[in-house]
Design a protein around this ligand. Structure first.
Ligand code: PMP
Length: 415
């Protein structure tokens, strides 16, 4: 049966954990409790094996050879593109560009589309909760075009202030680029509403879906977003591969981002005719193994089913919230109504770095610092950093119990 149609009814956690060999590792003599999933997820055996299978059986360059290996590699590469198209419900595979990841996709749009549409005196809107990769490219573009970058403010719960957003739009606004799910707060933003408002003024919207792709069903046709970027490595796939979705009409109108092989139709000493979509944006030999195995990661997520993943992660979040509320001296940063399975926190009076390194001694992996959202943490929330525990469906209640016990120990050691 097609993996797409064979969703399991509910996740058998013990069995599914067996598909993740790294979860058997011990750190400081303890079984690892991996809570750094927002930085990168662990990989199932199907993904790990698919990488060696590619190199063992069909390794060859794509779109170039007429020999069998090259044809097989090309077929697998294009099959994966089609899987991704279906995964996010895009209209055509020409709208699916393989990139290195979210950062690469956003830079492509900023350099190519951004330079086309943003001129002197124009405005670009992002939000105060953007990851640096959805902030610095726009800062750089606006600086070079003498345009203005505006930030949708964030309230104390870590939610976008939508009334303020409405007042920020004017005839100078040329582009809006917003994160779907915040990597440091867990907030799920009202992205459909943002797109609807933007489109009522004919303003295109880019969605940074790096943290949405692992946790929820993304449907670009329903969202009607103009661009959407995400990374394979956060959704159980390999590093170095990602996707930029763009509406065909935009991608057609955009100049290439990089120049070289693959992205050309014909070249003379005098000029070049660029290739059709999406190849116009895939200069050079791509990450062939990564692209093919991203398809394997899509299969894996579809086998589990978005609903199963969501339900399990919400149970883990509820359990963690309950335990955290009983500990005391903890401040949670990001208490939005609509959140993914992530808790950013500080223990009052203790530097996040100290908390993180002590937890590591107990085999508990959390992230500490700004989480690539330095303006949000430092300027907006006035903090030196946070501790972030981000859960994936394969985490267990027992691991979260260990996290809570670990935090109590940190407190007893340092307070
Ligand atoms: N946006 C968000 C919200 C992220 O969480 C991340 C990764 N932490 C990125 C963008 C950048 O993704 P990548 O490093 O895979 O390009």
């Amino acid at each position: 049966m097609d993996a797409h149609t064979s969703n399991i009814e509910s996740i058998d956690i013990t069995k599914i954990r067996e598909e993740f060999p790294i979860l058997l590792r011990k750190i400081s003599g303890q079984p690892i409790a991996y809570f750094d999933n927002a930085a990168t997820s662990q990989k199932p055996l199907s993904v790990i094996n698919a990488i060696s299978e590619y190199y063992e059986t069909i390794n060859s360059n794509v779109h170039r050879g007429i020999h069998t290996l090259s044809e097989e590699a090309t077929e697998a590469y294009e099959n994966s593109r089609e899987k991704v198209r279906r995964f996010i419900n895009a209209q055509s595979s020409g709208e699916i560009v393989f990139t290195k990841g979210t950062t690469d996709g956003i830079n492509l749009v900023a350099s190519s589309f951004g330079t086309n549409v943003v001129g002197e005196g124009d405005e670009v809107i992002i939000s105060e909760m953007e990851h640096h990769s959805n902030l610095v490219p726009w800062q750089n573009l606006c600086e070079s075009r003498r345009a203005k970058l505006k930030y949708i403010p964030v309230n104390d719960k870590g939610e976008l202030m939508m009334d303020e957003f409405r007042t920020m739009i004017n005839e100078k606004t040329k582009l809006i680029s917003v994160v779907y799910v915040s990597n440091s707060l867990g907030t799920v933003n009202p992205i459909s509403e943002i797109i609807e408002i933007a489109h009522s003024f004919n303003i295109p919207v880019l969605v940074d879906a790096a943290q949405a792709a692992p946790h929820m069903k993304i449907d670009v046709s329903t969202l009607d977003c103009d661009f959407l970027a995400f990374s394979g490595h956060k959704m159980y796939g390999p590093t170095g591969i990602g996707i930029l979705y763009g509406k065909e009409k935009h991608l057609e109108s955009m100049p290439p981002y990089q120049f070289g092989g693959e992205m050309i139709k014909s070249v003379t000493y005098d000029n070049t005719v660029f290739n059709v979509l999406p190849y116009k944006f895939e200069a050079g030999t791509p990450n062939i193994a990564g692209a093919i195995v991203l398809g394997t990661a899509v299969d894996f997520m579809e086998r589990l089913g978005h609903e199963n993943i969501h339900n399990r992660e919400m149970e883990l979040l509820a359990h963690a919230n309950k335990l955290f509320s009983e500990i005391g001296d903890i401040r949670i940063i990001g208490t939005a109504e609509n959140k993914t399975s992530l808790i950013s926190f500080i223990i009052n009076g203790i530097h996040p770095y100290d908390t993180g390194s002590i937890l590591d001694n107990f085999g508990i992996a959390v992230r500490t610092g700004f989480h690539c959202t330095q303006p949000l943490i430092e300027q907006r929330f006035k903090l030196p950093g946070t501790v972030r525990a981000s859960f994936a469906f394969y985490n267990t209640f027992e691991e979260i119990d260990r996290l809570a016990a670990g935090i109590r120990k940190v407190k007893s050691m340092l307070l």
